[in-house]
Design a protein around this ligand. Structure first.
Ligand code: ATP
Length: 371
């Protein structure tokens, strides 16, 4: 579009109309180590492009089962779809539980709660994966369910626990880790950070050093490997072959559902402000996904979702994303393990409502950049 004197070259996107889509109730762009202000500043609402946008509001929730719209109220006179929206808009009734002036705690409807059994994760595993031992090889069983939880640490523990119940042979894949040549001007780094130390590191979005898999386990891709073949970051597959140099899996959802694809080991670079180096890890870019983080569940549609909250959510939109993965209240249950004397039917809902005050409508949009 950069044609001199066309009159449009100075405009954003060269004057082309661009259609974008999003939902401000969901998780905002993740700013590493960023607080509320930094996260809000990274939103498109604060971009200079925003003043060029025309908003086209989307009003109908297509995921929700239309029967659920007419179901009886589950809580405070609200039906399930109304409650999901109230949580997303930050207007669901709150309760005061701690010293904080912000009223972020809310009660979860009784009918969505699983009974708490000490520190055990069994109630949520039994709800989501009921009948696992008979159905663990079934694509339709695996594609329609998952446990969602705020942190990667909890995800790993749940995945390891469920995998240990699967009656198939275990296969371990170990990554090859090294320091990137460009980041090792200082020759002491090799001595300071030996391979064993690199092996122990885990960064967001990085496959684990020790990847333990079994046949028929559900896995999620952590990188865009071949988007044209449906192999994108977040694609879920069921393992069908565990070779020495290649893993094969059948794609569980989307346009390429049912296609068998091969996943190679790839070298990925990682850096963090905590460490004075960039690290290279060669590993299969996958992780188990019986459980996934709430952030990773964004975009997934599930028939059954178990929301496990050993600690409350910590960022805008996480609770809304967790509860809006399902088609009806029957597919959603919570297991809450709060600290100390806090009740197990309450959790935090974090919504940066100031973002909504910059919009005329808080919900789903298509942003039409008309110039
Ligand atoms: N036009 C449609 N007709 C019928 N069902 C639809 C339609 N569009 C979407 N759906 C249903 O809604 C589900 C969610 O759709 P989709 O994943 O495209 O939404 P989304 O906006 O990306 O959701 P989210 O951002 O919450 O993940 C789909 O799995 C599908 O079942």
């Amino acid at each position: 579009m950069d044609v001199p004197y066309s009159g449009d070259s100075h405009k954003p996107f060269g004057g082309k109309t661009v259609l974008l889509g999003g939902d401000f109730r969901q998780i905002l762009p993740v700013v590493p180590n960023g607080g509320r202000e930094e996260t809000l500043s990274a939103s498109i609402v604060r971009s200079p492009l925003w003043s060029h946008c025309n908003l086209l509001c989307l009003h109908q929730n297509m995921r929700i089962n239309q029967d659920a719209v007419n179901e009886t109220a589950i809580f405070s006179e609200m039906t399930f779809p109304q409650w999901v929206l109230a949580v997303g808009n930050g207007v669901a009734p709150t309760v005061s539980l701690d010293e904080s002036p912000e009223r972020t705690w809310m009660k979860i409807p009784q009918c969505l709660l699983l009974p708490q059994e000490g520190e055990s994760i069994e109630p949520v595993v039994n709800f989501v994966f009921h009948g696992l031992l008979e159905a663990y090889r079934s694509v339709s069983f695996l594609k329609s369910r998952a446990i969602v939880t705020p942190t990667n640490e909890t995800v790993s523990a749940i995945n390891a626990s469920i995998l240990s119940c699967i009656p198939e042979e275990t296969k371990n894949y170990y990554s090859t880790d090294s320091l990137c040549a460009e980041s090792t001007d200082n020759s002491d780094l090799d001595t300071l950070y030996p391979i064993e130390f690199l092996n122990s590191l885990s960064f967001n979005g990085m496959p684990e050093h020790e990847l333990t898999l079994k046949l028929y386990a559900p896995i999620m891709l952590l990188r865009n490997i071949d988007p044209l073949a449906g192999m994108c970051n977040g694609t879920r597959l069921m393992v069908t072959h565990l070779g020495e140099n290649v893993i094969k899996g059948i794609i569980l959802t989307g346009t390429y559902e049912g296609t068998v694809v091969a996943i190679p080991r790839i070298a990925l670079n990682f850096s963090d402000h905590k460490w004075p180096f960039t690290m290279k890890r060669r590993q299969f870019p996958v992780r188990l996904c019986y459980a996934m983080t709430i952030n990773k569940s964004q975009g997934q549609t599930l028939e059954k979702a178990g929301v496990f909250l050993p600690k409350p959510v910590f960022s805008h939109g996480q609770l809304y994303v967790a509860i809006s993965r399902v088609r009806s209240a029957a597919g959603l249950r919570f297991l809450i393990h709060n600290d100390g004397s806090l009740p197990h039917d309450c959790t935090k809902n974090i919504v940066y409502t100031e973002l909504y005050s910059e919009l005329s409508y808080p919900g789903n949009f298509a942003f039409c950049l008309t110039l």
